[in-house]
Design a protein around this ligand. Structure first.
Ligand SMILES: C[S@@+](CC[C@H](N)C(=O)[O-])C[C@H]1O[C@@H](n2cnc3c(N)ncnc32)[C@H](O)[C@@H]1O
Length: 260
């Protein structure tokens, strides 16, 4: 189990600090605010929910379960008729007791959804490589308790992912989740118009995405951060964003300019 302590962010919401990784789970300026902006507003999930389009989310790093809670809360608030699935992978789940101390109930319109998310944590601790299936509001959630390398979505039916929330620790602390192989795997699991979003904005991370077959673009960052990255498999989906030169990024990666 990871050694974590609860910290208060500037927006009043909690985050965790991992003593094991020496890293925060969220931007200490605002866990809830940052997550809403980076993972829901930027990739167009809010828009898709409003338009009742299917939303099939893949998240890397379930952590506190905040993104699942925010998705279920948004869907309910918007009275969305979307078909919604949420798949996440977590190798080192926090304990049910730690999850129960988080103050996310105060940040959603439907606090009962947080209680439903909390019910997931005990099952993440029962047995190796377990998959927890649970309906949270209108969201069909499946949480895979395993390393991303061992993640096997085939075990349960899923439609190609429409939105990838890439939310590991930063590349220095969690390099195994920023490799071209990870981004390539995510691409192969995603639909043609998929959007991938991450708070990461380093050239190295973007080059890794480009080698994995994504088209990366810059977007303004959340809460005092200059930039974040939005990537897609479809050029039109990146309209209005500042595209990066994926060919040049790939060449630089292949020339050995970036080390993981
Ligand atoms: C930044 S935190 C995720 C924050 C989370 N999305 C939230 O809102 O609370 C990164 C998460 O990735 C998990 N993780 C790190 N390496 C992993 C790996 N190789 N496979 C699966 N999960 C991993 C960590 O245990 C941690 O929970």
């Amino acid at each position: 189990m990871p050694k974590v302590r609860i910290e208060l962010c500037r927006d009043g919401s909690h985050t965790l600090y991992s003593e094991t990784r020496g890293s925060y789970y969220h931007n200490p300026n605002g866990a809830v605010e940052e997550s809403l902006y980076i993972y829901f507003e930027r990739p167009g999930i809010i828009e898709a929910l409003k338009e009742n389009k299917p939303v099939s989310v893949m998240e890397i790093g379930f952590g506190t379960g905040l993104n699942l809670l925010l998705l279920a809360n948004l869907a309910k608030k918007l009275e969305s008729k979307s078909q919604i699935s949420f798949t996440s992978v977590e190798a080192y789940p926090i304990s049910p007791e730690e999850a129960g101390l988080l103050n996310y109930r105060e940040f959603v319109v439907y606090p009962e959804l947080f209680d439903e998310v909390l019910e997931i944590f005990p099952s993440l601790h029962s047995g190796a490589d377990a998959i927890t299936l649970k309906k949270i509001g209108s969201v069909n959630a499946q949480i895979h308790r395993c390393l991303f390398d061992d993640f096997d979505p085939g075990a349960h039916h899923h439609s190609p992912f429409t939105h990838v929330l890439h939310d590991p620790f930063d590349p220095e602390k969690n390099p195994e989740l920023w490799t071209p192989a990870v981004f390539e795997r995510l691409r192969l699991l995603s639909g043609d118009e998929a959007m991938l979003v991450t708070y990461g904005a380093s050239t190295k991370a973007r080059a890794s995405m480009a080698v994995g077959g994504w088209l990366p673009a810059r977007a303004p960052g959340a809460l005092g951060k200059r930039e974040m990255t939005v990537a897609s498999l479809s050029e039109p989906k990146l309209n209005g964003l500042k595209r990066l030169n994926e060919i040049r990024l790939r060449d630089r990666w292949n020339a050995g300019e970036f080390k993981l």
